[in-house]
Ligand binder design. Structure first.
Ligand code: ATP
Ligand code: MG
Length: 471
């Protein structure tokens, strides 16, 4: 294909070529073909680095979790604010997400497309092996981005897509707008509870209302840090998470009794880095969030007293606890504590303090109710009721048990006048992949083809065309 020709309409939504939709998040990167229901490729955005035979080696995809290689350390190319920090590595992780499952043999570098059975020891360190065909030479690419992505980052993204991957057509869409589309709405107030951030995106007639975009770091990773703080203060004893790779066997113990496990030890020169352990601990924390953690459903804060004079804390204490077993066999019931670890998403004063946490103590301005207020005050007063009538909840951390009940109570308290309606898909896949699904829908619409930025337009106008086209 002559890449200086603009792509023909038939290439976008036609039967022959499906666009690829790439939705890079902080914790996972999702990629798949437009028109499908779910992303075919789901990989961690984290990657590993280690040295062997005097050379630096990289590990991508699920392999990152599998082998505790000597000296393996874990990195993330995206910063805590959800914006790319390390462009070279972001490019590699993203490229891996589609070459490993989607584009297959067309990969620019067959050594790391996951389709070849080459052991890591045999991989050359130079991962930039040139080949003539670029990995997306035949595939239009729609990518998602946070609503607060700076201009420089947007330009860098189209540059990679056009120049490194050779895509014939490109579009960059705000993930909040796409989550609204996934719920069948062109106007909505989108609340995304992800890993690195929570964000509020007002969308009107398919356009982001930039002045109303709000975000703060109280996402899934923050919740994990609150759970860690709880574990430290736990009684009858502090809880240490020991990941599976450090356990050779375990014996069942009664609830609350010390674990009876045989641990694996690694000599210092054979041990993976502390970042590897932290990544695997995060998997246990994620499971804990799914099985144990619960949002106080409201009405009112956990610290408030209910209409009958009984405090909400007391109500929480009297509800049956939930059991959880750790990889080393330690297990116990979690009572009111399971509400406390997420209460600070709504009430900053409820944060469990921990001087070792990498998260500063949250401020009330970072909580969901305040972000929502700030978001709405940034948009035209006439459309506020319409947005409140179309609240869309997305992001995997929004799957926390009781989350939408509490959100509903908070919204009704904040805005007693207008009708509040939350649409939160009950299907977990739709919640986890909201923005990917919206991208899949958008890129397969026949009417979307005039939106693509073609290679020719990019060559003529430069990277800044992304600012003009992708509003
Ligand atoms: N069922 C669940 N209940 C609560 N939290 C969950 C659940 N499943 C996953 N999580 C948490 O959700 C987070 C991942 O969310 P998501 O996939 O939306 O983030 P992301 O898009 O990768 O990150 P970001 O939006 O910050 O860029 C992780 O912190 C994970 O622990
Ligand atoms: Mg996300």
């Amino acid at each position: 294909m002559n890449s200086s020709n603009p792509p023909q309409a038939g290439e976008y939504g036609g039967d022959e070529v499906s666009a690829i939709v790439l939705d890079p998040g902080y914790s996972t990167t999702r990629a798949g073909f437009a028109g499908e229901d779910a992303p075919k490729s789901l990989i961690p955005t984290y990657y590993g680095k280690y040295n062997a035979d005097g050379q630096e080696k990289l590990v991508f995809g699920d392999d990152v979790f599998v082998t505790p290689r000597p000296g393996l350390s874990i990195y993330n190319p995206i910063g805590k604010d959800g914006i790319v920090e390390d462009w070279d590595m972001a490019e590699k992780v993203w490229e891996y997400s589609f070459t490993s499952r989607l584009t297959g043999a067309k990969a620019s570098n067959p050594l790391h497309n996951g389709l070849n059975d080459i052991s890591n020891d045999e991989l050359p360190t130079d991962m930039e092996v040139e080949s003539d065909e670029k990995p997306l030479a035949d595939s239009p690419l729609l990518m998602t981005e946070p609503g607060w992505n700076p201009v420089k980052a947007r330009e860098k993204t189209i540059e990679i897509a056009m120049e490194k991957w050779g895509t014939p057509a490109f579009y960059l869409a705000r993930s909040g707008v796409l989550a609204a589309f996934a719920s069948g709405k062109a106007s909505a107030l989108v609340i995304d509870i992800g890993a690195s951030n929570i964000s509020i995106t007002p969308v009107h007639d398919g356009m982001i209302l930039k002045r109303g975009v709000q975000h703060s770091p109280l996402g899934g990773d923050y919740i994990s840090s609150q759970i860690r703080a709880l574990f430290k203060k736990n009684s009858p004893q502090p809880i240490t998470i020991t990941p599976h790779y450090l356990i050779s066997s375990k014996t069942a113990v009664e609830a609350g009794q010390p674990p009876q496990a045989k641990y694996k030890t690694f000599p210092a020169e054979k041990a993976p880095d502390a970042t590897y352990r932290a990544l695997l601990e995060e998997r246990t924390l994620s499971e804990f969030k799914e099985c144990v953690v619960q949002v106080w459903p409201g009405p009112n804060k956990l610290s408030a007293t209910g209409p009958t004079g009984v405090s909400n804390e007391e109500m929480a204490r009297s509800s049956p606890g939930r059991p959880f077993e750790f990889p080393d066999g330690y297990n116990q019931l979690f009572g009111a504590d399971r509400f406390r670890v997420v209460e600070s998403l709504f009430d900053a004063k409820a944060a469990i303090l921990d001087s070792d946490s990498s998260f500063p103590t949250p401020t009330q301005a970072q909580t969901l109710p305040e972000l929502i207020k700030a978001s709405l005050s940034g948009v035209d007063v006439d459309i506020r009721p319409h947005l409140l009538g179309n609240v869309v909840v997305t992001g995997a951390s929004s799957l926390l048990y009781g989350f939408t009940d509490r959100l509903n109570h908070e919204l009704m308290q904040l805005f007693p006048g207008p009708r509040v309606r939350i649409s939160a898909p009950g299907n977990t896949g739709e919640r986890r992949f909201g923005s990917w699904i919206g991208g899949s829908i958008l890129a397969s619409l026949g009417t979307f083809h005039q939106m693509w930025i073609s290679k020719k337009e990019y060559d003529e106008h430069g990277a800044n065309i992304v600012e003009k086209r992708c509003k």
